[in-house]
Write a new protein. Structure first.
Length: 458
C-alpha cells in the first residue's frame, strides 16, 4: 500500500508539472527591448573609412564581450566583411544610445567623424535589413551568394562567444530561411556575378584573351577560390597562388594545376605576373610601392593589372601611381558590376516582396513574446494553487485516507479554484455588457464547440 500511495503521489506531481519546461523558456522580458542594427557599407562609406572599422577575426571575441558590457547589449553579433561592418543587438529602451557610443569609442572616432557614414535600423527595420543582407539585396553585387555564408560565419562566431540569445538566434535562423527561399524561387542568382567575377571580367576587357597571361592570386579564401574558378573558365593557362599557409595554397592550386607558394615567396615571382588579384585578411599591405617598382623594372615596363579586393587593402595605394601599374580596388569594380545587374532587377523586385512578407511573419512572432510576462504570472498563480492542494493531498494520503478519493477531491478543488476568479469576472462582464471579454474567453479556451454541446443538452 505504501508503494502504491507513493506512485499515486508521483503521478499527481507529473500531472501538474508536465508543461513547466515550456514556460521556463520565457526567462527574458522582451516587452521593453529594442532590436537594433547599425553600421556602414560600400554604399554609405568610402574604402578608407570602411577599412578603419573592420573587426578582424582575432578581435571579435573581445569586441563582443566589451560591447555587451559597455554597450549594455543583452544580445550581440558583429558582421564584418570587406564591404560592410555591422552590429546587430538587443538593448533595453533605456540603453538605446549605448551601442553607437561604444562603436565610436572602440574605433577611436568621434560621433561627428563617423555618424555621416552610419545607418541605424531599429526593430522592424532591423529585421528587414538583415533579411535583405542575407538575400544579397544589400550587396555591391546584387544577389551575390557569398554574403549568406559570411553572415552564417558571423552568427557562429557570436554563438561561440555566448552573445546570441533567443531574439537574435531566431532572427538569424529566419534570415537564413528567407535567403534560401529567395534563391530558390527567384532568378536573383541566375548569373555568375560577384566581386570575383567582376575582377576577371575587368581583366578580360583589358587583355582580351587571357590564355597567354600569368595571374598571381594572393590569398586562398572563398573570394580567391571564386577568382581562380572564373580565371580557369576564362581560359587562363598559368596561375600562381600565394597564401600565408602553404598547405591551403597547395590545396587550391591542385584544383587548377597552378603553382603554389607562401606570401614570403612573392618578391621572387612578382615580375612574372601580368594580373594580380589579392584578397587576404592581413591588417598590413602585402605589396608595397617599392616591390612593384622593382617588378616593373624587371618586366621592362610591361604593364601589370592589379585588383585589390581586400579591406584593409593588400596593396599600397601609392603603387597605383606607378606608370605601368593599373590598380583597381573594390570600389572601382562597381562600374563593371553594373553591366551585369540588369538581368537581376526583376528578380530583386520579387525578392523584396518575399522579404516584406517574411518581415511581417517575424514581427508577429516577436509580438507574441509580449505575452510572456502574462503567461508567467498565470503560470505562477496556477502553480501556487497546485502546490497548496498537492501538499494537502499528500498529507491526507499519509494519514491513511483512500488515495482515489483524495485524488478525486484534489481534482475537484483544483478545478474550482482555477476557474473561480475567471467565472466571477465573466459574470460581472456579462452584466456590464462586456461581450468583448466573453468572446475573448471563447477564443482563449476554444469554447465554441463546448457552447454548442451545452446548448444541445439544455
Amino acid at each position: 500500500m505504501k508503494a502504491y500511495n507513493g506512485q499515486i503521489l508521483a503521478n499527481i506531481r507529473l500531472l501538474y508539472c508536465h508543461e513547466s519546461d515550456f514556460f521556463n523558456l520565457f526567462t527574458v522580458d522582451f516587452k521593453n527591448m529594442t532590436l537594433l542594427a547599425f553600421g556602414l557599407n560600400h554604399a554609405t562609406a568610402p574604402l578608407d573609412v570602411r577599412e578603419k572599422v573592420v573587426f578582424g577575426a582575432d578581435v571579435i571575441a573581445d569586441a563582443l564581450k566589451d560591447f555587451r558590457h559597455q554597450g549594455k547589449a543583452q544580445e550581440a553579433a558583429i558582421f564584418s566583411t570587406c564591404n560592410r561592418t555591422e552590429v546587430y543587438c538587443s538593448v533595453s529602451e533605456a540603453d538605446q544610445d549605448k551601442p553607437l557610443e561604444w562603436f565610436h569609442d572602440f574605433h577611436g572616432f568621434s560621433a561627428k567623424e563617423l555618424d555621416p557614414f552610419l545607418y541605424t535600423h531599429p526593430n522592424e527595420a532591423a529585421v528587414k535589413h538583415m533579411l535583405r543582407v542575407a538575400s544579397g539585396l544589400d550587396s555591391m553585387v546584387l544577389g551575390e551568394p557569398q554574403i549568406l555564408g559570411q553572415l552564417k560565419d558571423a552568427y557562429q562566431a557570436s554563438m561561440n562567444n555566448g552573445s546570441i540569445g533567443k531574439l537574435l538566434g531566431h532572427l538569424f535562423q529566419h534570415s537564413f530561411m528567407v535567403a534560401k527561399q529567395v534563391r530558390s524561387t527567384t532568378a536573383i542568382g541566375s548569373h555568375p556575378v560577384s566581386v570575383a567575377y567582376a575582377s576577371v571580367r575587368l581583366a578580360q576587357q583589358i587583355f582580351g584573351d587571357l590564355s597567354g597571361q600569368t595571374a598571381l592570386l594572393i590569398g586562398a579564401g572563398e573570394t580567391i577560390e571564386l577568382v581562380a574558378m572564373h580565371m580557369h573558365n576564362a581560359g587562363l593557362k598559368r596561375m600562381i597562388i600565394a597564401n600565408r599557409t602553404l598547405e591551403r595554397s597547395q590545396q587550391l592550386a591542385a584544383e587548377y594545376s597552378a603553382y603554389s607558394m607562401t606570401l614570403g615567396d612573392i618578391p621572387q615571382h612578382l615580375e612574372e605576373a601580368d594580373i594580380i588579384i589579392s584578397s587576404t585578411a592581413s591588417q598590413l599591405p602585402i605589396l608595397g610601392k617599392g616591390a612593384m617598382e622593382t617588378a616593373i623594372l624587371k618586366r621592362k615596363h610591361k604593364p601589370v593589372f592589379i585588383v585589390d579586393i581586400a579591406v584593409p587593402r593588400d596593396v599600397e595605394a601609392e603603387a597605383g601611381d606607378l606608370e605601368d601599374v593599373y590598380l583597381y580596388t573594390v570600389d572601382d569594380l562597381k562600374d563593371v558590376i553594373d553591366e551585369n545587374m540588369r538581368s537581376r532587377q526583376k528578380a530583386a523586385v520579387q525578392a523584396e516582396e518575399i522579404i516584406d512578407s517574411q518581415v511581417l511573419h517575424f514581427m508577429a512572432w516577436l509580438s507574441s513574446l509580449d505575452a510572456v510576462s502574462t503567461i508567467r504570472a498565470l503560470r505562477r498563480r496556477a502553480q501556487d494553487v497546485q502546490q497548496n492542494e498537492l501538499e494537502l493531498a499528500q498529507k491526507k494520503i499519509r494519514l491513511g485516507e483512500n488515495p482515489e478519493q483524495v485524488v478525486e477531491a484534489l481534482s475537484r478543488r483544483l478545478t474550482n479554484k482555477l476557474i473561480h476568479e475567471p467565472s466571477t469576472q465573466l459574470r460581472q462582464s456579462s452584466s456590464e455588457g462586456r461581450q468583448d471579454l466573453i468572446q475573448a474567453t471563447h477564443e482563449l479556451f476554444s469554447l465554441s464547440g463546448q457552447s454548442k454541446k451545452i446548448g444541445k443538452q439544455d
